[in-house]
Design a protein around this ligand. Structure first.
Ligand code: 2E4
Ligand code: SF4
Length: 324
């Protein structure tokens, strides 16, 4: 058997959980403590297998169709947000609802609703079929057109180029979004842009960190689940910068051949990937020959979002005690 390849690990900074993910998971955990199992969650609370399995073990039930939720149940909307149709159906069915939509996604919804009232049409830059795109597009019943790439810009059936605004998914590639936005502006010079871009601080910071990390290493590992848009963008970005990159859902996904002849390993994690998985990946890398683990310098994130009314008034310990 060959000797493990000795290598050093460089950790991206920042990486892993963002404020919206922290909040969304805490909402489900607090609902479980306060009301008891089961708590129903529409869609994976965040796109991470470990997080979803952990919450399932604590009594959360994940569903896609509201018809699968019994009358009187407590229902949580996932961090990706929901359309007005889903929101309305949930209210009509009488569930007790907690909204874990990230406040930065809600901000986009609010902007769409406000400008729609002023008569605007919209171009949404995003990935078809993604729940956040369905939620944001579903704020309106008409007049919002999805653009996935530069080619789509010419096909958008805009009828009011003088009253057109652009919004985006929060987790896009910053560089791809800029290219598509430039094409939108070429075709629609009067288009209204958001005051602050819709790609969120966490997406921007994690991509910036990969831009610094990639040239310093021989291979990049991204911890994240296959369905996670922001995690996929991190892997794609490293590859575009010329560094081979692999995404892993768990430490057991690591393949020894990825490290053959490579002495510097970069490690990052998507916004929905918990730190425990990063620690497990580091432990596995040590078994595979990692000798030193070093943290990159990077932006320190301190942002926190408040919890919804009725869930955030006590500490977790007090909530737990009040049920026992
Ligand atoms: C909501 C908005 O959107 P993505 O697939 O990256 O979601 P994920 O659950 O992986 O990450 C958290 C999140 C949720 C990001 N933006
Ligand atoms: Fe919110 Fe950004 Fe995190 Fe998405 S990645 S949950 S938009 S903070």
């Amino acid at each position: 058997m060959s000797e493990p390849q000795q290598h050093d690990v460089l950790l991206a900074e920042p990486r892993g959980f963002c404020a919206g993910v922290d909040r969304a998971i805490e909402i489900v955990e607090r609902a479980l403590l306060k009301f008891g199992a089961p708590i129903y969650v529409r869609h994976e609370i965040v796109h991470n297998t470990y997080v979803v399995n952990d919450l399932k073990a604590k009594g959360a039930i994940f569903i896609e169709d509201l018809a699968d939720v019994p009358p009187g149940a407590t229902l949580v909307f996932s961090a990706h947000g929901v359309s007005q149709a889903v929101r309305q159906e949930a209210h009509e069915r009488g569930f007790s609802i907690f909204d874990a939509t990230c406040p930065l996604v809600t901000k986009v919804h609010v902007e769409v609703a406000k400008l729609h009232k002023e008569g605007y049409q919209f171009i949404m830059i995003g990935h078809k079929g993604h729940p956040e795109v369905e939620g944001t597009m579903g704020q309106l019943s008409e007049g919002i057109f999805l653009v996935e790439d530069v080619g789509d810009v010419d096909r958008a059936p805009v009828t009011r180029p003088d009253k057109l605004a652009v919004v985006t998914q929060t987790t896009l590639s910053v560089d791809d979004a800029a290219e598509i936005l430039a094409a939108v502006k070429r075709r629609f010079p009067l288009v209204k842009e958001p005051k602050q871009q819709d790609i969120c601080y966490a997406t921007q910071n994690r991509q910036d960190a990969v831009k610094v990390l990639s040239p310093q290493v021989d291979v990049v590992i991204v911890v994240g689940s296959p369905t996670s848009s922001n995690s996929n963008r991190l892997r794609e970005l490293a590859e575009r910068l010329g560094t081979p990159a692999h995404m892993v859902d768990a430490a057991s996904d690591l393949q020894p051949e990825w490290f053959e002849g490579r002495t510097r390993v970069g490690l990052t994690a998507g916004a929905s990937a918990p730190d425990i998985l990063v620690q497990q990946v580091i432990a596995r890398l040590r078994e595979m020959g990692a000798v030193a683990v070093r943290k990159m310098d990077g932006v320190q994130e301190t942002i926190r979002f408040p919890l919804p009314m009725g869930l955030g008034d006590k500490s977790m310990a007090e909530v737990a005690a009040s049920r026992s």
